[in-house]
Write a protein that binds this ligand. Structure first.
Ligand SMILES: Nc1ncnc2c1ncn2[C@@H]1O[C@H](COP(=O)(O)OP(=O)(O)O)[C@@H](O)[C@H]1O
Ligand SMILES: O=C(O)C1=C[C@@H](OP(=O)(O)O)[C@@H](O)[C@H](O)C1
Ligand SMILES: [Mg+2]
Length: 181
């Protein structure tokens, strides 16, 4: 069963894997889970895959082993997760490595969940699970957001704006989009 069959960049594309990308707080994990239920397909979150493999929380992995160690595991996750059809929800930094983008493009299609930075701040207020947001002020987070923006845009097959939309509405719209494609 294909999760997507449509025309992208002038070409007919069929895909059994959908990758959700986007900045921290864009809703990848939440939307992916709901969309998987709505479509009846498996969902794998690369962060959860890594946490299970290592038996540690992302926060601990960053502080004990460093970001590079975590990034290597992200690539390993993308290479290893093979069940289809499925939705793979990624960590916000997955697009930082070109190799990761190549794997995603080769194996499936990439949907970027976009969200205005002000809304990200609201969604993640008080969050302590994301090491890269700790000890950073709004300005610094916004700088990271702007630096990454082009990576999300360049690596995406489809950009879906979630700003101002409820979780339910986003899942519904994505489901309808995928069913008609
Ligand atoms: N459309 C939305 N509206 C309001 N809150 C949202 C929305 N999408 C996600 N959230 C909330 O934002 C937080 C981060 O969502 P999450 O799925 O973990 O994002 P990501 O995996 O992209 O970092 C969660 O508390 C989630 O419930
Ligand atoms: O953007 C990033 O570099 C990260 C995003 C996180 O996932 P979410 O995007 O699901 O928060 C997690 O992978 C880690 O904390 C690093
Ligand atoms: Mg997530």
């Amino acid at each position: 069963m294909e999760l997507f069959r449509g025309i992208l960049g002038g070409k007919v594309v069929k895909a059994q894997i959908i990758y959700l990308t986007g900045f921290m707080g864009s809703g990848k994990t939440t939307i992916g889970e709901g969309l998987g239920k709505a479509l009846g397909v498996t969902v794998v979150d690369t962060d959860k895959w890594i946490e299970e493999k290592e038996g540690k929380a992302i926060r601990e992995l960053f502080s004990e082993k460093g970001e590079g160690f975590f990034r290597d595991l992200e690539t390993e996750a993308l290479q290893s997760i093979s069940q289809t059809p499925q939705i793979i929800t990624t960590g916000g930094g997955i697009i930082l490595r070109e190799d990761n983008v190549s794997i995603m493009k080769e194996k499936g299609i990439v949907i970027n969940l976009k969200c205005e930075v002000e809304e990200i701040f609201q969604r993640l207020a008080g969050d302590q699970s994301r090491p890269l947001l700790q000890n950073k002020n709004k300005k610094e987070i916004e700088t990271m957001y702007l630096e990454r923006k082009k990576h999300y845009e360049q690596s995406a097959d489809i950009i879906f704006d979630t700003s101002g939309k409820s979780i339910r509405k986003i899942i519904q719209e994505l489901k309808e989009y995928l069913l008609k494609n």
